[in-house]
Ligand binder design. Structure first.
Ligand code: MN
Ligand code: MN
Length: 465
């Protein structure tokens, strides 16, 4: 009786059967491996493409028409993925979308990044997304990205991950002489312009280039040219990201958690990818939507505010129906249902003042369902409808998905948003459903394995609705 009457937020690890615990742990192993090979939106996109092809998905462009059970995907400029399994219902009755983002906070190189100072060579960076800048000093960094040459040739860059690779670092002042720094506010202690990555200390000594003034910088450019065949101007047409060089690890003696860089939002994106690949012949067309640029406002042609999703959905509808019309696309959108798969803030007993504990998701309490996000008086939130929430409860409770409902931090404590509002603006029912995270946006974020697994299970149950 009590169980039926009351709803509680609590740790649910003890509620799992032995078989489910085994599945959860196996899934967490796959997840950690994936995190280590896909640290950026481009790498995630490339790995997702491989995974989709292994699971029978074909490029959307290669299909003349679509029928129930067909599996298709598209890649958006190397930084986004849309994968779909065509459902048996008429597509105009709507599709099931699980939308996650694959960009994470990091340090991007500036257009003119390389310089020399005090016999050291450095890269100037511009931080991407909301970070606590002091967390990014004295952390081993790896450089990931691409340099596109004038002729279009693309050079892949990934250095600092393998055991034999060098690492990169932003230095900080020693505590003995940090008297002045330590008096500053956290937000001012490490200014954005001080996030400069240390690259080298050795002078160029070869050849007859004796008129070179900055020999350490020149030496680095020479090494980059030997390894990647790039020159200094090529930085202008490159996207190189400094990310923590840490590998994903189990956290705790009981291995109940995962510590890794960039779990926001690869934890949900990976769950969405695995879920769509496991779907065979759904009622509603299942769509896994992985977008870029969420961390900086979802703007641009790879972000959720782009027309890209609508364009691809139009192509899917066109290939699925007899006589395509704009109305059929509009009907498809109006009748669709989307889980905005993004992480939420977990209750942290170390910082209880950041949350309202009766409405804060807990680690390993199940996937977090967020009716709204935003800040202040729900400002900027799309606030899912009661009917939408009821549908979701029915789906999750009917398929053994462990979940919890909450909100994003305490009132007036700050705020945040996801892609939910932009999807909802397309006239699509949308609700945020994602994994609770500790130390979000830090170089090493923490999640609970039950929640990581329940994201996958929840998204799959949703696709099977
Ligand atoms: Mn996110
Ligand atoms: Mn984020």
């Amino acid at each position: 009786m009590k169980k039926e009457l009351m709803h509680e937020i609590n740790n649910k690890l003890g509620e799992l059967s032995a078989a489910e615990t085994k599945s959860m742990n196996a899934y967490a192993e796959d997840y950690k491996k994936f995190l280590d090979i896909a640290k950026t939106e481009r790498e995630f996109s490339a790995e997702a493409q491989k995974y989709l092809e292994q699971n029978g998905f074909k490029p959307l462009e290669s299909m003349e028409s679509l029928k129930a059970g067909d599996r298709v995907y598209t890649i958006n400029r190397g930084k986004g993925v849309i994968a779909a399994v065509i459902g048996s219902k008429p597509i105009t009755e709507g599709v099931s979308i699980v939308g996650a983002h694959i960009d994470s906070p990091r340090l991007d190189l500036k257009p003119n990044p390389l310089y020399e100072d005090g016999h050291f060579a450095y890269f100037k960076t511009h931080y991407y997304g909301g970070i606590k800048k002091y967390q990014w000093t004295t952390v081993p960094l790896a450089l990931h990205g691409v340099a596109t040459l004038q002729d279009g040739t693309q050079i892949q860059i990934k250095i600092g991950e393998s055991d034999g690779d060098p690492t990169f670092m932003i230095t900080d002042v020693l505590p003995h002489f940090a008297k002045e720094q330590m008096q500053k506010k956290l937000i001012e202690a490490i200014p954005g312009e001080s996030l400069n990555i240390l690259l080298g200390n050795a002078e160029y000594s070869g050849g007859k280039d004796n008129d070179i003034k900055e020999k350490v910088k020149y030496n680095i450019m020479k090494l980059l040219n030997e390894k990647y065949e790039i020159c200094e101007e090529d930085f202008i047409s490159s996207e190189i990201e400094a990310v923590p060089a840490y590998k994903a690890r189990d956290l705790g003696f009981d291995r109940s958690m995962v510590a890794a860089y960039g779990q926001d939002d690869r934890v949900c994106a990976y769950g969405a990818l695995r879920a769509v690949a496991d779907i065979k012949r759904p009622n509603y067309t299942a769509v896994c939507l992985l977008v870029d640029k969420e961390e900086i406002g979802s703007i641009g042609n790879t972000g959720m505010r782009s027309r890209h999703f609508e364009n691809i959905l139009a192509k899917i509808v066109y290939k699925r129906v007899e006589d395509y019309s704009d109305l059929k696309l509009r009907d498809t959108m109006s009748n669709s249902f989307c889980l905005s798969a993004d992480v939420c803030a977990a209750f942290d007993p170390g910082f209880p003042e950041a949350s309202e504990k009766r409405n804060a998701p807990v680690v390993n309490g199940g996937i977090g369902v967020m009716k709204y996000s935003g800040s202040g008086g729900k400002s900027g939130s799309s606030d899912a409808g009661a009917e939408t929430m009821a549908s979701l409860r029915r789906i999750f409770n009917g398929s053994g998905v462990k979940w919890q409902a909450g909100e994003l931090g305490k009132i007036d404590g700050g705020g945040g948003g996801t892609i939910a509002g932009y999807v909802a603006n397309l006239d699509i029912e949308t609700v945020d459903v994602g994994v609770p995270v500790l130390s979000m946006h830090s170089p090493y974020e923490t999640t609970g394995k039950l929640d990581v697994y329940m994201a996958y299970k929840g998204y799959k149950a949703f696709f099977e609705r």
